[in-house]
Write a protein that binds this ligand. Structure first.
Ligand code: FES
Ligand SMILES: [Fe+2]
Length: 379
């Protein structure tokens, strides 16, 4: 049952096991700034998070930056063709090196150079050159000091962040000993790898700042019980009563069946349906039933009460056809309808009246989502 805060019911008294007494994550995990601080370590520094798309950086030296919580990485195509990620932090005295560079407007550099004292790194992260003053203490002979160690280039490279990918989708993990990407993405990885994701390019990115906790939007994405009442345009042609949920270890999938007349040419995958994958913690892959393309969402927290929705659309060509533009318009409308819902929900949650919500027995995906969050906080 829902637990209300009636002035006597302390939120801290709620059962630590969300499946024991009531089945939702306590409301404070959506509204408390300390929880966002906790999530930076326990969620966003431990699980695989999406970095971006390898097709955006085809040539050696092409790069973009990606910020996850307080951390920022440079995602770069190295000379051997591999995509690598480094903390955007200089090994000398810790300066941030390159400016924020979105995936939609990647930069190119032959080497990674820190503007502060010009330490310069190869694309494989090794320190390749420093100004003369770093190499010769004898520039100040009076002060020559045997206690000051010579610079060891080999031990002063950039800090690399673990990456792995599903086709062109590049993921990052900040943990020292991360679980394999296969473990977190399971069947989703196997399914996506059967598709020619590589043949598609980024055609559009829409970024929106939304006033609610990232998990509030994550929950909204994970169910369509609100669709009939709120997405009239989008559900046209979809047989909602035949939609199915699939729940896996770290991801869940919503399947929507389309009416028979959807043209088979109009989608990248073969099934007569749309598939929406939610990958814990904050990434989705959207396999549309009615477009020869796919999309991704990054539900990027800014703090406990705000996130950016980064919506990327991939089509055969970067230049959009009229049909594709119309598709994106409908998709955008869907997002705006959802933003209204989640902001209203969040305004309610912030009133402090609710200590712990009540999920319906059929909200399997939300149960999974809340339990993964609880598992992460307790780990
Ligand atoms: S802090 Fe980067 S070169 Fe000095
Ligand atoms: Fe929705």
């Amino acid at each position: 049952m829902t637990r209300w805060n009636d002035g006597t019911d302390e939120i801290s008294a709620v059962s630590p096991d969300i499946t024991d007494e009531t089945n939702a994550l306590p409301a404070k995990y959506f509204t408390d700034p300390d929880v966002w601080e906790l999530e930076k370590e326990k969620v966003f520094s431990r699980y695989w998070v999406y970095a971006g798309h390898a097709n955006s950086i085809p040539e050696p030296g092409d790069f973009f930056t990606r910020t996850v919580g307080d951390k920022q990485v440079i995602v770069v195509r190295a000379r051997d063709g591999e995509v690598r990620a480094y903390f955007n932090v200089c090994a000398h005295r810790g300066s941030k090196m390159v400016d924020d560079t979105p995936m939609t407007d990647p930069g190119n550099m032959g080497r990674i150079r820190c503007p502060y004292h010009l330490w310069t790194y190869d694309l494989d992260g090794t320190l390749s050159s420093t100004p003369k003053s770093f190499e010769e203490a004898s520039l100040n002979p009076d002060l020559e000091d045997d206690d000051v160690r010579k610079l060891d280039a080999e031990r002063n490279g950039l800090m690399e962040v673990t990456t792995d990918s599903i086709g062109p989708l590049v993921f990052l993990n900040f943990d020292d000993d991360p679980m394999p990407l296969e473990e977190q993405t399971g069947k989703m990885k196997r399914e996506l790898e059967t598709l020619p994701l590589d043949e598609y390019v980024l055609a559009r990115r829409i970024v929106s700042e939304v006033e609610c906790n990232w998990k509030t939007f994550g929950g909204n994405y994970s169910e369509c019980d609100h669709c009939e009442a709120n997405h009239q345009d989008w559900i046209r042609g979809i047989q909602l009563d035949e939609s199915e949920l699939e729940v896996n270890d770290y991801h869940w999938v919503l399947h929507y069946t389309h009416e028979e007349d959807v043209d088979d040419e109009m989608r990248i995958h073969e099934e007569h349906e749309a598939k929406f994958y939610y990958l814990w913690p904050n990434f989705t892959v959207n396999m549309y039933g009615t477009a020869d393309g796919y999309g991704t969402y990054i539900i990027d927290p800014i703090d406990e009460g705000r996130f950016n929705l980064v919506a990327d659309y991939y089509f055969r060509e970067a230049d959009l056809s009229a049909e594709e533009q119309e598709f994106i318009r409908t998709s955008r409308q869907l997002q705006e309808e959802d933003f209204e819902l989640v902001e209203r929900q969040y305004a309610g949650m912030k009133m402090g009246a609710i200590g712990q919500a009540q999920l319906g027995p059929n909200e399997h995906t939300l149960h999974k989502f809340h339990r993964l969050a609880q598992e992460a906080y307790n780990a």
